[in-house]
Design a protein around this ligand. Structure first.
Ligand code: G3P
Ligand code: CA
Length: 396
């Protein structure tokens, strides 16, 4: 699996199957109609560990709106500016963050270890000699890598907009925010929960766990240690953990009790841990009933690409939904597909308006098509759009 995934960025146009029936109700589609009421009746602040801990996943509104890399449609991704805005815009969970390690073993929030496109590192002559070409999960990648920097060095950098062709307005904020650490995120989560009187959820993703383990920088143990330190490693903790590598989620399942989600890229892709261990299976195998049953033995959900839920035809328009939602729900797995974005290039062709790369298409129409499949939530770069779309949906 490379680092570029379907439904991914472009500047062109072109432990516990706890959820099971209790969460899913009589059927997946029912979730969408359950509205935004708390299913657990938990009172804010009740119980050890913070707000609404009794409910865990069950306390989340459905369909759940996940702020992808914060509110990355409006601010440079994986910054506290982006995370903060995601909450302000109504996200139920903030993807804070995609986690990669530093040379001295800290976890920081960047979408990829290569940070040339998301920071001003190229403008720092003192780091010019750190530019390298590496094989990252089988893909030759040139740039600057977090594992070659200490945390103190990374903290001298500032975040920039990754896709300015699609999001020119976001460049206004270039240079404003530094790279967050995961520990800062955990503290921010508590501060925001107190300030808002409402439990703030986060959804960190472990990036390239096999790649980093081979370099002596394993991610799972570091994440587990920090979650334990902050008492957020429990079944009801407001932290969902995700990874594209199933064996990483299996490993986490032995270390923490948090809800766990296996990410699934395109059907023909093969998780990188499978490549390294010689497991021949592809995502097409994992989405079959046997594959889903296996995932349900150590995870609570899957995060499929939207195309696995509703494939597109040769022109890029939506076709008919697959059986994935039904099949996953059958074995007690929730589904949080990715990623809905307002801009034309990221939408199915039949929901685009014109051809401008930074113009919005009919994203509300797209939301209704995906919500109708019975998905439990969705990652989006524009959480306010997602919240409005949910209102439309549950109001039907
Ligand atoms: O984590 C859900 C989604 O973010 C997966 O893709 O590449 O944006 O991290 P990516
Ligand atoms: Ca992610």
């Amino acid at each position: 699996m490379g680092t570029q995934r379907p439904n991914e960025e472009t500047s062109g146009t072109g432990r516990r199957a706890l959820l099971g029936a209790a969460v899913l109700g009589a059927g997946g589609a029912v979730l969408g109609m359950a509205g935004t009421a708390r299913a657990d009746g938990a009172r804010p602040g009740g119980g050890p560990g913070g707000y609404g801990v009794q409910g865990g996943l069950k306390s989340l509104p459905k369909p759940t709106i996940v702020g992808h890399r914060g509110a990355s449609g409006y601010r440079p991704e994986h910054t506290f500016g982006s995370y903060q805005l995601a909450l302000d815009l109504g996200a139920d969970i903030v993807e804070a963050g995609d986690l990669v390690p530093t040379k001295d073993g800290h976890l920081v929030c960047r979408h990829e270890p290569e940070i040339g496109g998301t920071t001003d590192v190229a403008d720092h002559p003192e780091f010019a000699d750190r530019k390298k070409t590496k094989l990252l999960d089988g893909v030759s990648t040139t740039g600057w890598f977090t594992e070659d920097f200490t945390l103190a060095e990374l903290k001298t950098l500032r975040a920039i907009e990754r896709i300015p062709a699609n999001r020119p307005h976001n460049t206004l904020y270039n240079g404003r925010w530094e790279i967050p650490t995961f520990e800062e995120v955990l503290k921010w989560q508590d501060e925001q929960t107190r300030a808002r009187g409402k439990q703030v959820w986060i959804y960190p993703e472990l990036k390239h766990p096999t790649y980093f383990r081979k370099q002596g920088l394993p991610l799972e143990e570091r994440v587990a240690k920090l979650l334990g330190k902050h008492r957020k490693d429990r079944r009801t903790s407001p932290v969902i953990i995700q990874s594209f590598e199933p064996t990483s989620i299996e490993r986490l399942n032995k270390l923490v009790d948090n809800p766990l989600v296996v990410l699934l890229s395109s059907a023909d892709s093969r998780p990188w841990d499978f490549v390294e261990t010689g497991d021949p299976r592809t995502v097409a195998d994992l989405v079959k009933p046997a594959g889903l049953r296996e995932i349900a033995s150590y995870a609570q959900g899957i995060g499929p690409t939207l195309d696995l839920v509703i494939p597109r035809d040769a022109k890029g328009s939506l076709t008919q939904p697959t059986t994935l939602v039904r099949d996953a729900h059958k074995v007690g797995l929730i589904l949080h597909p990715w990623t809905l974005r307002n801009e034309n290039p990221f939408l199915p062709a039949n929901f685009r308006k014109g051809t401008d790369a930074d113009a919005y298409g009919d994203v509300f129409g797209a939301y209704q098509a995906y919500f109708a499949t019975g998905i439990d939530g969705v990652f989006t770069d524009q959480p306010d759009t997602g919240v409005l779309a949910r209102e439309d949906f549950v109001g039907h």
